[in-house]
Design a protein around this ligand. Structure first.
Ligand code: F6P
Length: 394
């Protein structure tokens, strides 16, 4: 399409869910390509889907997206609000129609939504229920969006966590301590696994492999006995769980949902809390450290990397990826392709139907080669080697 043909086209862009490095460079890629190659008008929607419902927008152009390639966070702001269940003046309301009406008022050809699993679902909902044309880009440090080989933000987070593990190594060695380092990943272990391997963690615990504390203790004792290593680094994903917890969780999942309790048994979010509100709970890392200290009689410490993992400048790989995803998105829009997620498949940026992605999560497959490589260099994955092999090749 020539610039003349697309002159009247206008796209809305929003960022939703937890922020991550690379969002601004994606916004830059979209905006610059849309204006330069297709002369489109680009409107930024503030604070995720809430901004669409409340009609809060800013124009995006060369000026406003200049100098943001290296900047972390999102210049549009973000939220975890869902159009179909939004806190509005103390009440939870379905605001789907308001979102659609505002998109129509702006005459958006399409709303481009940058986000993780929740965003894919919300965007798909706006299309299915409200008839809005949408497009999504896969973002999250968790790398758990279905349908894409990788999400942007992941590479940067892996780098941050790996550097942290490197630093923890020197102090753990000096003091002969176990250091349990907790990284993000409440449903999946991609980040813990990648950073744990890259940082040479001795133990890696991920949600996909419920761990047995005895197996970890035996491993650590053997490490001391056979190799004389009294320090160890244990890298845990925040959502990892013991085998007993996994069994209990599976059993009571339905009941917990019914009586609105969180997994710690505490009361659910108070009325009026924003969507995504989570209660502060005892971290898994603290529990693991306490158990390991008691059972190995080795002093233990905990480091929770928290939101440090999501802050700061994107890596070169994420800058490259987001620029490619953003510019590919515009090319697809110009060609009239809607209601897809721009995914990464075998190194290429390609459209995948949003309906195939929404509501799905990409877990680490137990037979994934990262798990196999970790095992082959002697890393403990929370179970014995025999148990792991049995899980990998049942
Ligand atoms: O969804 C991405 C993520 O970074 C998770 O890994 C983490 O559990 C969660 O966000 C934390 O969210 P919040 O910033 O809302 O506490």
């Amino acid at each position: 399409m020539t610039p003349f043909e697309s002159q009247s086209r206008c796209i809305g862009v929003l960022t939703s869910g937890g922020d991550c490095p690379g969002l601004n460079s994606a916004l830059r890629g979209i905006t610059k390509a849309a204006i330069q190659d297709y002369n489109m008008k680009v409107v930024g929607i503030l604070d995720g889907f809430r901004g669409l419902v409340e009609n809060r927008t800013v124009p995006l152009d060369f000026d406003s997206t200049s100098g943001v390639l290296t900047r972390g966070g999102t210049l549009l702001g973000t939220s975890r609000d869902k159009p179909r269940k939004m806190q509005m003046g103390g009440k939870v309301m379905d605001m789907t129609q308001a979102a659609v009406d505002n998109a129509r008022k702006h005459d958006f050809d399409c709303v481009v939504c940058l986000g993780g699993g929740g965003t894919q679902k919300n965007a798909w909902h706006l299309h299915r229920t409200g008839g809005l044309d949408v497009m999504t880009l896969p973002k999250t440090i968790d790398n758990d969006v279905a349908g894409t080989d990788v999400t942007f933000g992941f590479d940067t987070a892996v780098q941050i966590c790996t550097e942290a593990i490197d630093r923890l190594h020197t102090t753990a060695t000096s003091h002969d301590r176990i250091i349990v380092v907790e990284v993000m990943g409440h449903n999946t272990g991609w980040l813990a696994l990648a950073a744990g391997i890259a940082g040479g963690a001795d133990v890696i615990l991920i949600p996909e492999i419920p761990y047995e504390v005895e197996a970890v203790v035996d491993y650590l004792k053997e490490r001391q006995r056979r190799y004389g290593k009294r320090f160890s680094i244990v890298c845990v994903a925040e959502g990892a769980m013991s085998a007993e917890e996994a069994a209990a969780r599976a059993e009571s999942a339905a009941r917990k949902k019914a009586d609105r309790k969180d997994e710690n048994g505490a009361a659910a979010a108070p009325d009026g809390a924003p969507h995504g509100y989570r209660l502060v709970k005892e971290s898994l890392a603290s529990r693991v450290a306490r158990d390991l200290q008691q059972l190995t009689r080795t002093e233990a410490r905990v480091t929770s990397l928290g939101h440090v993992q999501r802050g700061g400048v994107p890596s070169a790989a994420d800058r490259l990826l987001t620029t490619r995803l953003g510019t590919t998105a515009v090319e697809l829009l110009a060609a009239g392709t809607y209601n897809v997620m721009v995914a990464v498949r075998d190194g290429q940026c390609v459209p995948v139907p949003l309906g195939d992605v929404a509501g799905k999560k990409k877990l680490v497959p137990i037979d994934h080669d990262w798990i196999d490589s970790a095992r082959r260099v002697g890393t403990c994955l929370g179970v014995t080697d025999d148990q792991l092999l049995e899980l990998m090749h049942p």
